[in-house]
Write a protein that binds this ligand. Structure first.
Ligand code: GRG
Length: 312
């Protein structure tokens, strides 16, 4: 018990510490609200600094550390690269909340972007966050500290994971399948596709970005890819469970929407108990992928447990 509390406290310090550094990096890169067009920059900052967990950049940092303990190379100079993942993630949330998609009123405990700024501003703020990510990733100052070849593979990785073969593709199929919870086999197949792409692709990519930045050897990259893949799926299964069992004060958004919209979710397709078992199985598989690593991968192990046990 004491050990668990100590481990949890250690992880919370780790998460808080990195979250603060990521926020500082984003703060420095994003145009100020006095820059024209002021309302657009206000909308971008409104969603970006609304208290997100920053779990994707932190996963990238932990993956970098896992492959870099021996060389002692530091992630500090590459912080803008991992922080850029959060810009892509925030854009996806802003657009996901739009009336044409999930039509949500609350996100991260406050009114969604289109509720606060209007629909056109929310669409443009999302567009601007996404494009800012790639401007940040290709900033010349980064090439002084990171080999150009590594940076290029990271940019490619994120572009692919965010696009039609990744997150946008998953979102597209998710929206198309809304209200069509049909035959068990078709549903399960579609469900796995949606989860692996809509949510899984960016989590997998975040882990791979950290590994690529750290110059991981092919074997380490493969193991970390499996870790990220399983964890990405587990993340979405837990999200589905939270929509059923979570509270609005904990999650900061409306719960119970998936069932109302007949969304393809694990609990709807497989039942709640089977979904919980599935989340744990995926977590176990993600941990097994790390057996080739020693204590240098402990933060990755702790984050996997945190993701499956989280309440928000
Ligand atoms: C609009 C292109 C486009 C894609 C949307 C990410 C996404 C795809 C939709 C979000 C819908 C959703 C709630 C998915 C569940 C998993 C998820 C991404 C949850 C939110 O991520 P967290 O928990 O949020 O990391 P914070 O606020 O902590 O950053």
């Amino acid at each position: 018990m004491t050990r668990t509390i100590k481990t949890d406290q250690k992880l919370m310090i780790y998460l808080d510490d990195w979250r603060a550094r990521i926020d500082k990096t984003l703060e420095a890169y994003l145009p100020d609200t006095v820059a024209m067009p002021t309302r657009l920059h206000e909308a971008m900052r409104y969603s970006l600094f609304a208290g997100g967990k920053r779990i994707r950049p932190i996963l990238a940092i932990a993956a970098f550390e896992a492959v870099n303990r021996e060389t002692g190379e530091k992630i500090e100079t590459a912080l803008p690269v991992v922080a850029a993942i959060e810009l892509i993630h925030t854009y996806s949330l802003v657009h996901d909340d739009l009336p044409a998609m999930d039509d949500d009123d609350y996100r991260r405990g406050r009114p969604t972007s289109h509720k606060r700024f209007g629909e056109a501003a929310a669409i443009l703020a999302g567009d601007a966050l996404l494009t800012a990510a790639f401007a940040m990733l290709s900033d010349r100052r980064l090439t002084a500290a990171i080999p150009a070849e590594r940076l290029l593979s990271v940019i490619h990785e994120l572009g692919r994971a965010a696009g039609s073969l990744g997150m946008v593709g998953g979102q597209f199929v998710d929206i198309e399948s809304e209200g069509a919870v049909g035959s068990q086999t078709v549903s399960e197949e579609t469900l796995r596709y949606v989860h692996a792409h809509k949510t899984g692709a960016m989590i997998r990519a975040a882990v791979r970005v950290g590994a690529l930045l750290g110059g991981a050897v092919p074997e380490a990259l493969s193991s970390l890819t499996i870790y990220g893949e399983r964890l990405g799926l587990a993340f979405q299964v837990v999200d589905d469970i939270l929509d059923l069992e979570g509270t609005e004060s904990e999650t900061g958004k409306r719960v119970g929407k998936d069932a109302a919209q007949q969304k393809l979710t694990y609990p709807i397709v497989m039942g709640l108990e089977a979904s919980k078992q599935s989340a744990h199985r995926l977590m176990t598989e993600s941990l097994e992928a790390l057996t080739v690593f020693g204590p240098e991968a402990d933060p990755l192990r702790a984050i996997a447990r945190f993701i499956v046990e989280r309440k928000s």
